[in-house]
Design a protein around this ligand. Structure first.
Ligand SMILES: NC(=O)c1ccc[n+]([C@@H]2O[C@H](COP(=O)([O-])OP(=O)(O)OC[C@H]3O[C@@H](n4cnc5c(N)ncnc54)[C@H](O)[C@@H]3O)[C@@H](O)[C@H]2O)c1
Length: 182
């Protein structure tokens, strides 16, 4: 009996270890997103790559049998756009530019901050357990001491920094009874 249980436990571990995971990468045709996508695929998992190609390029992504492209704005994505269980989402779709955030404050605010709220809502709707978000050094402002520690005081000095800082706090957009783990 003990031996049978042990074998069942081992089988569970093997199944878990070798299950192909499915991830969504937003901004997958951009600089960081394309590398994250490449790494996930290299580890044997599958990726739905979401990008509206405003600044990204499909030439950043090599074709792969486990890569599914969804050319769409993250703000327009619906849960029905995604098939099957999603194990996690790496949210890298943004306009990472201090200058553009000054020149087009409302547009960039919408893309960077509303885009993150839209991603959180997708996580909730699809029951996605993990969300990874790339913050920016712009959240710390000018007075930084290097290397920047996790608990370094934040003092954003641009709309871009403020948008990143706010996006880091998006769980505050969720109802207090939400059990979404971030
Ligand atoms: N590059 C860096 O050094 C750096 C450093 C710190 C943090 N970050 C953060 O990492 C993230 C990605 O940065 P990056 O350098 O890869 O940027 P990037 O501009 O190379 O890529 C962003 C991608 O997102 C896509 N995109 C933009 N808005 C979209 C939307 N609404 N819907 C779908 N796709 C959209 C673009 O087409 C592009 O492919 C940003 O949040 C940025 O703030 C980057």
């Amino acid at each position: 009996m003990h031996r049978l249980l042990k074998r069942a436990h081992l089988q569970n571990l093997v199944t878990y270890r070798f299950r192909i995971m499915h991830y969504i990468v937003t901004g997958a045709a951009g600089f960081i997103g394309s590398h994250v996508t490449e790494q996930i695929l290299a580890e044997g998992h599958s990726v739905t790559a979401v990008d509206n190609l405003t600044t990204g390029s499909l030439t950043n992504l090599s074709s792969h049998p486990h890569l599914h492209l969804l050319q769409k704005d993250i703000l327009a994505c619906q849960p029905e756009d995604f098939n099957g269980k999603v194990d996690g989402i790496a949210h890298l779709a943004a306009t990472p530019s201090v200058m553009e955030s000054w020149w087009q404050p409302l547009e960039k605010h919408h893309n960077n901050l509303s885009g993150t709220v839209a991603v959180i809502q997708l996580c909730q709707a699809l029951g996605i357990p993990k969300l990874v978000f790339a913050s920016s050094a712009a959240v710390y402002g000018g007075q930084i001491s290097l290397p920047i520690a996790e608990n370094h005081p934040t003092a954003p000095m641009s709309p871009y920094g403020l948008q990143n800082w706010s996006a880091n706090s998006t769980p505050a957009y969720l109802p207090s009874n939400s059990d979404f783990p971030l």
